[in-house]
Ligand binder design. Structure first.
Ligand code: ATP
Ligand code: MG
Length: 264
C-alpha cells in the first residue's frame, strides 16, 4: 500500500479583503523529505504556512493530514495534529534557561499544578539528551538561552518541536538572520533530522544554495500560485534561480525579443 502524504493541500485559497494571497495551491509533503518552498517576496509562502499552522483558515480548499481532512481553528489544533512551526522569532525567552525554554508551558512536575514541584533534574536530563541527539552538546542546560548562538537557538526550537510530537517541521527562513557559520549549524540540524527518516521538513528560504544543499524536492510559488516543482536531481541552479524570481530570467526576455524580431 502506498503511504498517503503526511500533508496534502488541495486547492487552497486565502483572501485578505479584496486581495487574493493564495489562489488555488496544491502541495504534497511526504514523510522523511526536506521540501523547499521557494518564491519571491509576497509569493504567499508565509500565508500558506499560516494556514498549515492554524493561524488562518482558508476561504476555499482542504488540508489533509495523514490522509484525513482537518480544519484547524487555532495553532493548538495544528500542533496536536503533529505540525510544528519554527518561526524566525523562535518564541524563546533569552533570560530563561535552555531547559525552561525547552519545556515552556509543558513542565514536568510532582503534585498538582500550579503548586507542584518542578522535576528540574529530569527536565535537565531530557533537554541535554534531546540536544545531543540533534548534534549540540550543551554542557549546562541551566545556562540562559541568551548565551547560545543564533544557530543553536534555532536547533533548540527544532529539538523542542520534535520532542513534543511534530511529524512535520515547518522552518520559515531559519537561516536568513544568521551569519555563515551559524547558517551551517542550522543546515546540519536539518540534515540530522532528515536522517531520522520519520519527519518531514518544509524549508522556506531565499537562499538557492541552501535549498540545493539540503532539499529533496522543490515547490516554487509566485503571486499566490505554484509555478513549478521538481526534485533536487531534476533542477539545475539557474532553473532554481529563474523559478525563484517568479519564472522570468534575462534569457527568457532575450528569447521573447528574438521571436518578436523574427515576426517583422
Ligand atoms: N494579514 C494580511 N492582510 C493583508 N494582506 C496580507 C496579509 N498577510 C499577507 N498578505 C499579503 O499576501 C501576500 C503574500 O504574503 P506572504 O507573506 O505570504 O509572502 P511570502 O512569500 O512569505 O513573502 P516573503 O518572502 O517576503 O516572506 C503579500 O502581498 C502580503 O502583503
Ligand atoms: Mg514570508
Amino acid at each position: 500500500m502506498i503511504e498517503p502524504p503526511l500533508i496534502r493541500v488541495e486547492g487552497l485559497v486565502k483572501r485578505f479583503g479584496p486581495f487574493t494571497a493564495l489562489n488555488g495551491v496544491n502541495l504534497d509533503i511526504y514523510r522523511g523529505e526536506v521540501h523547499a518552498l521557494l518564491g519571491d517576496n509576497g509569493a504567499g509562502k508565509s500565508t500558506l504556512i499560516r494556514l498549515l499552522s492554524g493561524f488562518h483558515r482558508p476561504n476555499e480548499g482542504q488540508i489533509f493530514v495523514g490522509g484525513h481532512p482537518v480544519d484547524f481553528r487555532s495553532p493548538r489544533d495544528a500542533t496536536r495534529a503533529g505540525i510544528g512551526t519554527v518561526y524566525q522569532e523562535l518564541a524563546l525567552n533569552p533570560l530563561m534557561s535552555v531547559t525552561r525554554n525547552f519545556f515552556m508551558g509543558r513542565e514536568l512536575s510532582v503534585g498538582p499544578k500550579p503548586f507542584g514541584f518542578l522535576r528540574m533534574n529530569e527536565m535537565n536530563r531530557i533537554t541535554h539528551n534531546e540536544m545531543i541527539k540533534i548534534g549540540i552538546n550543551i554542557s549546562d542546560p541551566g545556562q540562559a538561552v541568551g548565551t547560545m548562538s543564533g544557530g543553536q537557538r534555532q536547533t533548540l526550537a527544532i529539538a523542542r518541536a520534535i520532542y513534543f510530537g511534530a511529524k512535520v517541521l515547518i522552518l520559515d527562513e531559519p537561516t536568513s538572520a544568521l551569519g555563515q557559520r551559524q547558517q551551517m549549524e542550522v543546515l546540519k540540524t536539518i540534515v540530522r533530522v532528515r536522517e531520522r527518516g520519520d519527519i518531514a521538513i518544509i524549508f522556506i528560504t531565499h537562499n538557492e544554495l541552501h535549498s540545493k544543499l539540503v532539499a529533496d524536492r522543490f515547490t516554487f510559488m509566485a503571486l499566490g500560485e505554484v509555478i513549478g516543482r521538481g526534485s533536487n536531481s531534476e533542477l539545475a541552479g539557474d532553473e532554481i534561480r529563474r523559478l525563484m524570481s517568479g519564472g522570468t530570467a534575462i534569457n527568457d526576455l532575450a528569447f521573447e525579443l528574438e521571436s518578436a524580431r523574427k515576426q517583422v
